[in-house]
Design a protein around this ligand. Structure first.
Ligand SMILES: Nc1nc2c(ncn2[C@@H]2O[C@H](COP(=O)(O)OP(=O)(O)O)[C@@H](O)[C@H]2O)c(=O)[nH]1
Ligand SMILES: [Mg+2]
Length: 188
């Protein structure tokens, strides 16, 4: 059961995880209704090949999809050496958005590792967003789903720079979460 805010809204905490450069920080900036907190530092290791600055602790944003819910978004650093932050940020989360750069086989491979990490720590509902889908065949989402052993319907193409795309992905995960809660309540 999610918490209720002082304003009477349901608080849904989601973690946005995935390899470096998948678009995590971009997605949170695209949807947040408040200024985003970000912890970017100059990349000094192999990440510098991909981009100048990288998330070292977390990104935080808030998205109000309607009058009843507030979605708290916590973006993780992509690098394994910061994996202690993955566990800290997943505490109390209702679900996990896994983003992957669909045009980069290394990113897809690393997503398998990251997913395994979260599966071992917490069995939460997951949705996978495949970014840079403009650069790859649409059927690629199906092969990523097969690789990860995730239902095709839970792996979606997304452009994290697009608020509409990003919101659709988040709301799809929220649907999964509420269906699971309803099923749990019925079974109890
Ligand atoms: N062309 C394109 N660029 C993207 C896409 N997703 C992310 N980017 C770009 O990739 C870069 C890295 O994104 P960032 O959010 O920092 O990735 P993070 O490391 O996962 O937080 C940024 O310049 C984004 O604008 C996409 O779907 N298409
Ligand atoms: Mg980032």
């Amino acid at each position: 059961m999610n918490k209720i805010s002082a304003a009477g809204k349901e608080i849904i905490k989601l973690v946005v995880a995935g390899p470096v450069n998948a678009g995590k920080s971009t997605l949170i900036r695209s949807v947040s209704d408040v200024p985003v907190l970000c912890t970017n530092e100059l990349a000094t290791d192999d990440v510098a090949v991909l981009k100048d600055y990288t998330t070292v602790a977390m990104d935080h944003g808030l998205f109000y999809p309607d009058g009843n819910r507030e979605i708290h978004l916590y973006g993780t650093p992509g690098q394994r050496r910061f994996d202690f932050m993955w566990d800290i940020l997943a505490e109390g989360a209702a679900g996990i958005v896994l983003l992957v750069d669909g045009s980069d086989p290394e990113s897809v491979n690393e997503l398998g590792y990251i997913r395994g990490h979260f599966d071992r720590q917490c069995a939460l509902p997951v949705i996978v967003g495949v970014s840079r889908h403009d650069a790859v065949a649409a059927s690629h989402t199906d092969s990523i789903a097969a690789d990860l052993g995730i239902e095709c319907g839970h792996v979606m193409a997304v452009d994290p720079r697009s608020p509409d795309d990003s919101k659709l992905l988040l709301l799809h995960l929220c649907d999964r979460i509420s269906k699971r809660e309803t099923a749990g309540a019925t079974a109890a």
